[in-house]
Design a protein around this ligand. Structure first.
Ligand code: PEP
Length: 249
């Protein structure tokens, strides 16, 4: 089954509400149906950016979601509020969350449950550090992260799952994995998904993330198991992000 390419921009802690709205308005003018495209602004900008993207081919996503729906959880946002703000996607388990905010495979699993319960599309991030790669731990780390995230779910529940393979050493560093390294890791992740979820693995999208730029996007996206990209720095510039989307078309 052909997999629609999916390019998502992770704006991280960048862009004011006004700048985010202007960027999505610019994108909405150039993105054509055929490639799935999303931008993930800060929580503060979710609603205005979703409003600005309405009716266009650009979807909107959050960068995280708490597992409880509401209550005394100061500072958190829930999947139901994300949906209410007009978003469709949620990034989970980004390496910056794992590194700076104590995210674990167990908490990713809890967040995934809440996100799927709201009918949102999860983008679950996995990937090894340089030390883990050099120590021969690549496959063990990916196995732990993928299996930890999807533990307890049936294939039917995971039909919309997107996994982003993001080697931590390639995020925001300008160092991109070689196409061979990226394809090899993606094929391994798809194999893990096949072992857990059977044939569904062939229809799930796997994004590559880590210094994706207009000049390397086409080659990465041409690999058999790379179905899209999760883009950080280059997603903040209309020309760069549009060029990456065009490379997927
Ligand atoms: C990311 O944050 O997911 C990412 C891949 O960032 P960058 O493209 O800047 O490396």
């Amino acid at each position: 089954m052909p997999r629609t390419k999916f390019i998502a921009g992770n704006w991280k802690l960048n862009l004011t509400v006004e700048d985010g709205v202007a960027l999505v308005q610019g994108l909405a003018k150039v993105v054509k149906p055929g490639v799935e495209v999303a931008v993930c602004p800060t929580a503060l900008a979710l609603y205005p950016v979703a409003q600005a993207a309405k009716g266009s081919a650009v979807g909107v996503g959050a960068q995280n979601a708490y597992w409880e729906e509401k209550g005394a959880f100061t500072g958190e946002i829930s999947a139901s509020l994300i949906k209410n703000a007009g978003a469709k996607y949620v990034i989970l388990g980004h390496s910056e969350r794992r590194q700076y905010f104590g995210e674990t495979d167990a908490t990713v699993n809890k967040r995934l449950k809440a996100v799927l319960a709201q009918g949102l599309v999860p983008i679950v991030c996995v990937g090894e550090t340089l030390q883990e790669r050099q120590g021969g731990q690549l496959q063990a780390v990916l196995k732990r992260q993928v299996e930890g995230a999807i533990a307890g779910f049936t294939p039917d529940q995971l039909k919309t799952l997107v996994i982003a393979y993001e080697p931590v050493w390639a995020i925001g560093t300008g160092v991109v994995a070689t196409t061979a390294q990226a394809q090899e890791a993606h094929a391994f992740v798809r194999g893990l998904l096949r072992a857990s979820l059977g044939g569904l693995a062939d229809s799930l999208r796997l994004q590559y993330g880590g210094s994706v730029k207009p000049d390397n996007a086409k080659e990465l996206l041409g690999q058999p198991d790379i179905d899209g990209a999760l883009v950080g720095g280059a997603a903040l510039k209309l020309a760069d992000f549009s060029a990456i989307v065009a490379a997927a078309g």
